[in-house]
Design a protein around this ligand. Structure first.
Ligand code: ADP
Length: 260
């Protein structure tokens, strides 16, 4: 049945009703994977059919964030591999296919093929959204992945820090050179709300997300606060949007702006 449904169809046909969004960042550590995972879970919570490809093949962290470390996808005797399902999201990550640290020595050409295989050799079924967590930065790996999925629109994650926004801008310029459309910007770790005084503190600065969106002629889709709970929940393998209504609202706002 799986082969019949999917086996001889082209990717264009399979994903013709799917919005493909590649989540990128100018550098690591800005929360790209955390945002990709929570955005995927938010979309699923709202009722969309969502797939998530962890294309950060050497630095994968999606299995940890979603709580699926050590889970192996089902590979039927005949037909395609089935994605892992968690919190309503269909996921595939190199972290679920190899033993820990095994993928570390892989380089360019193999990495390129992996994304194609994640797209074509996995039975995704019908999806409204396919999110791709790109490797960080503006190097060969994210560039070649962006070129391989020309239909993907790029969602740029940055923090409000000038240095982060500068490299995010470079990613945006790279995206426009490969003819990838930029769908918008999410500013992560935007502010910290003090438990004692209740005030917002702009630890990494203020206004860079707005400036970046103007520079790249795209939308600032939303801001996510810096919160201990976000980090803790990722470490626990339970995305924060499942339990924290405030953070869910911030993500829902991003989804509303995406659809607008
Ligand atoms: P990247 O994918 O950009 O390298 P990660 O998503 O792995 O970044 O996030 C880096 C670290 O920051 C992780 O420990 C994560 O839990 C934490 N983190 C991400 N976003 C937030 C946030 N809004 N508040 C607090 N911690 C965060």
């Amino acid at each position: 049945l799986i082969e019949k449904l999917h086996g001889n169809k082209k990717r264009e046909d399979l994903f013709k009703n799917t919005k493909v969004i590649a989540v990128g960042s100018g550098k690591g550590g800005v929360g790209k994977s955390t945002v990709a995972a929570n955005l995927a879970v938010t979309l699923a919570k709202i009722g969309y059919k969502v797939g998530l490809i962890d294309a950060d093949i050497l630095g994968y962290s999606i299995p940890q964030i979603l709580g699926i470390r050590g889970v192996k996808p089902v590979v039927p005797e005949k037909g395609l591999m089935l994605p892992i399902e968690k919190n309503g999201v269909k996921v595939i990550s190199m972290g679920n296919l190899v033993e820990e640290e095994q993928a570390l020595i892989w380089r360019g050409p193999i990495l390129g093929r992996v994304l194609q295989q994640f797209f074509n050799d996995v039975y995704w079924g019908e999806l409204d959204y396919m999110l791709i967590d790109l490797p960080p930065g503006t190097g060969d790996a994210p560039l070649s992945l962006m070129q391989q999925v020309p239909e993907a629109e790029i969602l740029i994650i940055t923090t409000p820090q000038v240095t982060a926004a500068d490299v995010a801008k470079r990613l945006g310029i790279m995206a426009s050179k490969t003819d990838s459309k930029i769908i918008g910007i999410v500013e992560n770790m935007s502010y910290f709300i003090c438990d004692n005084c209740g005030e917002k503190h702009y630890i990494f600065g203020k206004g860079e997300g707005e400036e970046l969106s103007e520079d790249l002629d795209t939308k600032l889709l939303g801001k996510i606060p810096l919160m201990t709970e976000i980090r803790k929940d990722s470490d626990k393998g339970r995305p924060v949007v499942l339990d924290n209504d405030e953070v869910f609202k911030s993500y829902k706002n991003i989804v509303d702006n995406l659809i607008k």
